[in-house]
Write a protein that binds this ligand. Sequence first.
Ligand SMILES: N[C@@H](CCC(=O)N[C@@H](CS)C(=O)NCC(=O)O)C(=O)O
Length: 206
Amino acid sequence: MIKLHHLNASRSMRILWLLEEIGEPYELIKYTRDEQTHLAPASLKAIHPLGKSPVIELDGQVIAESGAMVEVLIKRLAPHLAPDESSAAYIDYLTWIHFAESSAMLPFLLKIFNQYETQSGTDLKFLNSYTETEFNKVFTHINNHLAGRNFLVEERLTGADFMLGFVVQGALNNLKGAQAFPHIERYIQNLESISSYQRALAKEQN
Ligand SMILES: N[C@@H](CCC(=O)N[C@@H](CS)C(=O)NCC(=O)O)C(=O)O
């Protein structure tokens, strides 16, 4: 059976939601962040040397990196959650999957960390204007893509939504000013209304 090593308030939500959508049996093993450092407990290092989450065990193999998990789980268990591999949409699908953890994640995290620092009185000079420029560039791109769309690719739920949904939802919930992206806001509301997402949220919270 698939095992998901799940850290609260983390990218592991992508995989918890995907497993709920797939509907195959899986075991959920929960870990809680340290309140002070916000890091994962050391016990996660026994599963994978980085000690980060998500991690899954699939057919005896340990997999880290949420993007790899999304791709392999969909390929093996839920091919309907990806476009046909010979289509142009498949390239868009892969692009958004990788965009989520690279182009979108960096400005999101920088903005979160900058927000913590400025709240505690640090005067950020270069970093603040760099972050604002990058964040607005990337999130405007996402917002423009989502105008008139409910999903990233083929106007249906695909692996790309599990990957990017986590980033844009984190930004809207945690960052000042991120609400200036109305199409992203509507997109998130739509994702949050999906029953598999709601089941995953209930499991994360219990
Ligand atoms: N690129 C990895 C990132 C994994 C990652 O950084 N996970 C964070 C949670 S979102 C984590 O485990 N942080 C706790 C720690 O590093 O101790 C992925 O997409 O799975």
